[in-house]
Design a protein around this ligand. Structure first.
Ligand code: HEM
Length: 56
């Protein structure tokens, strides 16, 4: 994941949603996927993303 950042990867809303839904579906061996199983509830994810958008 850090490696992606160093390669210039930019996190957008469209990327965060599937990532927090199921991190291991995107990067099975990332530390986050190992530690965090994800949030299946779409409303809950939408609330988290709405909060993150207030933190610019
Ligand atoms: C739901 C809220 C969360 C969001 C939006 C989120 C988002 C992210 C993002 C965007 C990254 C990548 C950062 C980068 O580009 O370097 C990341 C990495 C990471 N996250 Fe989360 N995360 C969340 C919850 C969690 C939880 C609950 C844990 C642990 C239990 C966790 C553990 C980690 C770890 C260990 C990394 C580093 C992974 C790596 O560098 O490969 N995250 N997270």
């Amino acid at each position: 994941m850090k490696k992606l950042g160093e390669e210039g990867y930019t996190w957008t809303e469209a990327h965060i949603d599937p990532w927090i839904e199921d991190p291991k579906a995107l990067l099975p061996d990332s530390p986050m996927a190992l530690a965090f199983q994800g949030i299946p509830d779409a409303d809950e994810r939408a609330n988290i993303i709405a909060y993150l958008k207030t933190q610019k």
